[in-house]
Write a protein that binds this ligand. Structure first.
Ligand code: AMP
Ligand code: ZN
Length: 115
């Protein structure tokens, strides 16, 4: 699985930076967000490095399947009846870590359209 030396989430996948892991497989690591935006806020991160979800789809499409299956399992374990799943892509959309990741947010109500 391709990794980048200076990437924060590659370091987390490699176990160099400790996080509160809730799910792990060969393809995915999921952990609690350090600054949660909801009572439950979990990041589902592919073990393969790609800058965003579209790039991941090009180079490791099975990772996206694994991420959404993990999201469903995590939601079940966390007792979430529903959840918001978000990919921020690009700085203007709020992306700050350029290793694809799926936000899973739950435990509160959500507005639509999102802010
Ligand atoms: P985004 O802004 O969509 O790129 O999401 C990046 C997320 O990573 C933010 O919600 C941050 O709070 C979260 N984050 C950054 N560093 C850590 C860390 N060391 N452990 C857990 N979550 C982190
Ligand atoms: Zn990375």
């Amino acid at each position: 699985m391709a990794q980048e030396v200076e990437c924060l989430f590659c370091k987390i996948v490699a176990g160099i930076i400790p996080v509160d892991i809730v799910y792990r497989s060969d393809e995915v690591v999921a952990f609690r967000d350090i600054t949660p935006k909801a009572p439950t806020h979990i990041l589902v991160v592919p073990t393969h490095h790609a800058e965003n979800a579209t790039e991941l789809a090009k180079i490791a499409p099975n990772s996206l399947i694994a991420m959404f299956l993990a999201a469903g399992e995590i939601a079940s374990v966390e007792g979430l009846a529903g959840y918001r799943s978000v990919f921020n892509t690009g700085t203007s959309a709020g992306q700050t870590v350029f290793h694809a990741h799926l936000h899973i947010l739950g435990g509160r109500s959500f507005s639509w359209p999102p802010g």
